[in-house]
Design a protein around this ligand. Sequence first.
Ligand SMILES: C[S@@+](CC[C@H](N)C(=O)[O-])C[C@H]1O[C@@H](n2cnc3c(N)ncnc32)[C@H](O)[C@@H]1O
Length: 254
Amino acid sequence: MDLKILLQRCFNSIGYHVIKQSKYVKLNSELDAFKTEARPERIWTRLSPALPEIPSHLLRNSRLVTNRYELMKLLPRNAVVAEVGVAFGDFSDFTLKVLEPFKFVAIDTFELHKFERVFDVSSAEKFEGLSHGGWFLKRFKEYVEKGVMEVQMGLSWDMLGKYPDNYFDIIYLDADHSYDSVRKDLNVIKYKIKAGGTIIFNDYTVFDPYTETPYGVPKAVNEFIVENNCEVIFFALQPTMFFDLAVKFNERKQ
Ligand SMILES: C[S@@+](CC[C@H](N)C(=O)[O-])C[C@H]1O[C@@H](n2cnc3c(N)ncnc32)[C@H](O)[C@@H]1O
């Protein structure tokens, strides 16, 4: 048999095996369509999206760091920060303590209480019988009362759109990971981030094996980097392979 075909089959069967073996609950409706349509060769195509490479001149000042927590420690303190997609707020809590932001905007649809289980915990137990948003406000009451934290409940691109242009020093993007949604977020973020500000893209990976969901983050992010000539400043490793990539945003190109 032709070596190319053999290799292709081998890769396909690995992809198929990963999909079959996963034990986790599916949160994303795209998955059903993905699985019913999925023949091995289709999976391989879906996980290998055509994306532009980041040219080396945009990588020459980049640094590899151990994980996203180390990355955050290298960012400026007392800044205006947004975390887009906060879930339970564990990472928000870390950022608030480490960076002591002047302003921290927490954005989420805050609808996780509608799922029976979230990230393998019972949502009723986690949210103590409250709504996701109510529980989050209770958790960060002190910061909200001090005027440091603003909580915005709704779709990420709409909530970001409420802020003035050139407002944020740091935006941590971790909401919907489909290509279309990340593009939509970035179409707003490019106006809301200051020149010289930092955008961190969480989950820079093509597939989530826990929920069996393809991610469009690398494609949307690489396109954005190339279109706006952004310098990559950090790449954070993560044991789970859900990497973070951080860029410095210098100027709006379109
Ligand atoms: C992966 S979790 C965020 C985790 C959090 N950043 C952390 O590191 O702990 C993604 C969150 O984004 C929210 N989300 C997903 N799509 C969204 C959208 N389009 N607008 C606002 N929030 C969204 C979900 O409700 C969820 O809480």
